[in-house]
Design a protein around this ligand. Structure first.
Ligand code: SF4
Length: 114
């Protein structure tokens, strides 16, 4: 069994990068999800997943979820993310499933017409 190499200054330097985080250097925001209003507020996640879009209860729930999305700084990236997926359930980027489906249909029609 080989003896472990003594940890010199050089081996320590070549090891895994380790950066000490301080108050002055917070973790960099690399993903839009870190800025999501629904994630950082007291909103219950179920609000964004109504059982349907027909009853007054559903419509009220959707309106409340859309009000949260309207204040979100990453509404655009969130909506784009959901539109890029085939069938993402719930409200994303202030759009319901039906609204996203309609947007996709319109975009497909425009592509075939062009
Ligand atoms: S747009 Fe709405 S669903 Fe998307 S991250 Fe913001 S609050 Fe959440």
């Amino acid at each position: 069994m080989p003896r472990p190499r003594p940890r010199t200054r050089r081996t320590r330097r070549l090891g895994r990068p380790h950066r000490r985080r301080t108050q002055e250097s917070p973790r960099p925001v690399t993903d839009w999800r870190h800025l999501a209003h629904c994630r950082n507020s007291d909103t219950h996640p179920e609000l964004f997943f109504p059982d349907g879009e027909t009853t007054t209860h559903h419509l009220a729930q959707i309106a409340r979820a859309k009000a949260v999305c309207a204040q979100c700084p990453v509404q655009g990236p969130c909506g784009d993310w959901a539109l890029a997926r085939p069938s993402e359930a719930g409200i994303w980027g202030g759009l319901t499933e039906n609204e996203r489906r309609a947007l996709k249909r319109r975009a497909a029609r425009r592509r075939t017409a062009a």
